[in-house]
Design a protein around this ligand. Structure first.
Ligand SMILES: [Zn+2]
Length: 229
C-alpha cells in the first residue's frame, strides 16, 4: 500500500491517508465500506500519540474508497502520481491463492479475495499493517499482555480467553490465538512512522507507485509497454 503522511503542526496531528480504488467482479460499495470501516476503527482505537518538537502529536488513520469501472480504472492508473491511490481488484480466486498487495510491501496495486473475510474479521486491518511495511512480530507468546497485537500471525500463544478454545492447553489444538481478538497497539502505529523525519516536511509519501492492474485471476496486465502504434 502506498499512503501519505500529513503532518499538521497547527493541530499537532499526523494523519496516515490512503484511498482504495476498487474494481473487479466483487468490488461493491457495501464491501468497500466494510473494509475501510474495519481499518479505520482498529487503527484509530489505540489513540496513539508520539512526541515531536516536545509536543504530543495525535496519529490518525484515514482510509477511504471508491468503486470504479474497468474503463475508469484504466484512465486513472495511467496518469496516477498520487501516493494515496491504491488500485485493488476484488475477486473470488487468484493464482497466489491469497490476497496480495503487488509483489512487495509498499506497492500501490493489489488483488484481494472475498474469501479472506475482508471487513468481517481483523484480516483487512492486519493486511493494512503489512501493506504499510510491518512484518509479523518475532514474539510468539503474548500471554499476560492482554489482547494480542494486530500483526500477530495464526498460531500465536495467548491467554486462554483469546484462544479458539479457552479450555485447550496453550499451543495444543484450539490453544492458539483466535484472530478476532487481535487489536492494534500504539507501538504498531508508531512502527509505521518512526523511521520518517517528521519534523521537516508537511507531507511524506510512503510506498511505491507501481500503478499496476491485474486480470481476473491476478496476472499483471500490460498497460503501456505493448502499445506499438
Ligand atoms: Zn500476516
Amino acid at each position: 500500500m502506498a499512503a501519505t503522511i500529513n503532518i499538521s503542526h497547527e493541530k499537532t496531528s499526523i494523519t496516515i491517508k490512503a484511498h482504495l480504488l476498487l474494481y473487479g467482479t466483487f468490488a461493491s460499495d457495501e464491501l468497500g465500506q466494510r473494509i475501510v470501516d474495519e481499518i479505520n476503527r482498529m487503527w484509530n482505537e489505540p489513540k496513539t500519540k508520539i512526541m515531536l518538537n516536545e509536543l504530543g502529536y495525535e496519529v490518525l488513520v484515514e482510509v477511504d474508497f471508491e468503486c470504479l469501472s474497468q474503463e475508469d480504472i484504466l484512465n486513472k492508473v495511467l496518469t496516477n502520481n498520487n501516493f494515496e491511490n491504491n488500485f485493488i481488484r476484488i475477486e473470488e480466486k487468484n493464482i497466489a491463492e491469497r490476497s496480495m498487495m503487488g509483489f512487495g510491501l509498499g506497492d500501490n496495486s493489489g488483488h484481494w479475495l472475498i474469501t479472506d473475510q475482508l471487513g468481517d474479521s481483523t484480516t483487512a486491518a492486519h493486511e493494512f499493517g503489512h501493506a504499510l511495511g510491518l512484518p509479523h512480530p518475532e514474539q510468539l507468546d503474548y500471554r499476560f499482555t492482554g489482547m494480542p497485537p494486530i500483526m500477530a500471525p495464526r498460531g500465536t500463544i495467548v491467554d486462554a480467553e483469546y484462544q479458539w478454545n479457552p479450555l485447550a492447553e496453550p499451543g495444543a489444538y484450539g490453544g492458539t490465538m483466535r484472530p478476532i481478538f487481535r487489536r492494534v497497539r500504539a507501538d504498531e502505529v508508531i512502527q509505521v512512522i518512526q523511521h520518517l523525519d517528521l519534523s521537516q516536511s508537511e507531507t511524506i509519501n510512503i510506498g511505491r507507485l507501481t500503478n499496476q492492474l491485474f486480470d481476473e485471476i491476478g496476472r499483471p496486465v500490460a498497460l503501456r509497454s505493448d502499445i506499438n502504434t
